[in-house]
Write a protein that binds this ligand. Structure first.
Ligand code: SF4
Ligand code: SF4
Ligand code: SF4
Length: 272
């Protein structure tokens, strides 16, 4: 039963968040929301342990569609970075602020970029494209993420400074237009760079939060250097160009790991 500890721990973490927020905010939505996400993630890890090939994609679709369609389109919550700034500026700790705190700011201290591998609704679509492993060397244009990050902050800040009315409605449309722009940019970049995850590597503003926090992640893929025969298979199947053979936190592209486990599945020596 030891191998099922991780899904149980993940479920316990999410249930703790669910119950805490339900009771402190007196809103049963939080119990439903975080229980649903925790169950989806625990199910995915369980299926992975049972060696089901599409475990990760199932979680990605369960969580991604829930957040995009139910929370975003039906409930009208802007769960993108603009929504985070919006709630932060209004001083309301709910919706996007809670989502960001759990999934993208403090959560990565525990589960790194797990959000990017198992829950993101942008990557949920990009992962259907044909370039699961990058076909070109990585470009040195990661600085673009800081531009998009600043642009999102300036956009929402300007709405507040200009005292624009009905910001809630603008946020809803920003969510629709923002997602359309992300999907378009993501698909164009994937085909241009022959890399499904090019958008994640160069454009996504959320990585400005996630990369430094995931440097300290508790859950990470480690390499047993005694078992490794330096065959290079792990590197060749990694969608994020991580040098996972280096066990240290300073490994090349270490904060890019999305915990997809492709390297672990493909290592012929069980070194990961
Ligand atoms: S880097 Fe951004 S777009 Fe890519 S999976 Fe992570 S949050 Fe989603
Ligand atoms: S696939 Fe395994 S054995 Fe090969 S380089 Fe990677 S860790 Fe080492
Ligand atoms: S293949 Fe391994 S190192 Fe690369 S992103 Fe997936 S889990 Fe991380």
């Amino acid at each position: 039963m030891k191998k099922y500890v991780l899904p149980v721990v993940m479920l316990a973490v999410f249930e703790t968040v669910a119950v805490t927020l339900w009771l402190t905010k007196d809103n049963i939505f939080y119990l439903f929301n975080f229980s649903y996400i925790g169950c989806s993630i625990a199910l995915g890890i369980f299926l992975y342990i049972r060696q089901y090939a599409h475990a990760r994609r199932i979680v990605q679709l369960l969580v991604g569609l829930y957040m995009l369609v139910y929370l975003g389109l039906i409930c009208g919550e802007n769960m993108q970075i603009e929504g985070f700034w919006y709630y932060l500026f209004t001083g309301v700790f709910e919706a996007a602020t809670i989502h960001y705190a759990v999934a993208k700011i403090f959560g990565p201290l525990l589960f790194g970029r797990g959000w990017c591998g198992y829950a993101c609704w942008t990557a949920m679509v990009l992962d259907f494209l044909p370039y699961k492993v990058p076909q070109m060397p990585r470009k040195k244009i990661g600085w673009i993420r800081y531009v998009t990050f600043a642009a999102s902050l300036v956009f929402v800040g300007a709405l507040f400074l200009a005292h624009v009315g009905n910001i809630e409605k603008i946020m809803f449309w920003a969510f629709i237009i923002g997602n359309a722009a992300y999907y378009t940019a993501g698909i164009v970049l994937a085909y241009s760079f022959k890399d499904n995850r090019a958008f994640c590597k160069y454009i996504c503003p959320v990585t400005v939060f996630m990369k430094p926090m995931s440097y300290f992640a508790v859950i990470r893929v480690k390499c047993d250097e005694e078992k490794c025969v330096s065959c290079g298979r792990c590197r060749s199947v990694c969608p994020m160009d991580v040098d996972v053979t280096d066990a240290s936190r300073k490994r090349e592209n270490g904060t890019e790991c999305i915990l997809c486990m492709e390297c672990v599945k493909n290592c012929p020596k069980g070194a990961l």
